[in-house]
Design a protein around this ligand. Structure first.
Ligand code: 5GP
Length: 182
């Protein structure tokens, strides 16, 4: 089970399913302790976070609501040149304890945009849960309240994360082989 091929690239095992699940159980305990009596609204960012969210929310095992959103990017004329739409955002956010559930925070720009947009609906609080953070790539100072793993800058697949649409259903996390990196 060492190396695998996804499309045209070679990947090697990085984090096992068992290790991921054990860590998810730990952060689920923290979420339960913090939010059990607040009926939180979990906002899950599709597609990548679907497996993480399914495991995390069952482990958390508290009364909650779950909202699935998707981001669509399009070229625009604002300062960054890129603009995003949030599709499927729940209207019922005012006064709620919101937890955004994301697969991976890379530059952090997506999460910063999500937080700013959701904040306009006046939630009581916004917390962030992410399976992975790449601290070496961060360009924002967002704080990840519930983080499973800090990882290095290499590209990963599996456990919900894809390479060009493929690999989301891999049970472990795989990292691109050194020889494949440009
Ligand atoms: P950010 O706005 O933080 O730069 O981008 C976050 C998004 O980039 C994630 O939701 C994910 O779609 C994508 N991403 C960043 N790093 C990786 C990676 O190593 N593997 C995969 N599959 N996607 C990544």
């Amino acid at each position: 089970m060492g190396n695998i091929r996804v499309l045209d690239k070679e990947f090697k095992i990085y984090i096992s399913e068992e290790t991921i699940k054990a860590r998810i159980a730990e952060i689920a305990t923290s979420i339960r302790e913090d939010l059990a009596d607040k009926n939180p609204l979990f906002i899950v960012v599709l597609n990548g976070a679907f497996i993480f969210a399914a495991d995390l929310l069952r482990e958390t095992n508290i009364a909650c609501e779950i909202n699935f959103i998707r981001l669509s990017s399009y070229e625009g004329t604002n300062s960054t040149g890129k603009m995003k739409n949030i599709m499927g955002l729940d209207k019922n956010i005012e006064g709620r304890s919101v937890v955004i559930v994301e697969d991976i925070i890379d530059t952090g720009l997506t999460m910063e945009y999500l937080c700013k947009t959701i904040a306009k609906s006046n939630p009581a609080e916004i917390r962030i849960a992410s399976l992975f953070v790449k601290p070496g790539k961060l360009q924002t100072d967002i704080k990840t309240d519930y983080k499973c793993f800090d990882i290095d800058n290499d590209f990963i697949v599996g456990y919900g994360l894809d390479y060009d649409g493929v690999g989301r259903n891999l049970k472990n996390i795989y990292k691109i082989s050194e020889t494949e990196q440009e």
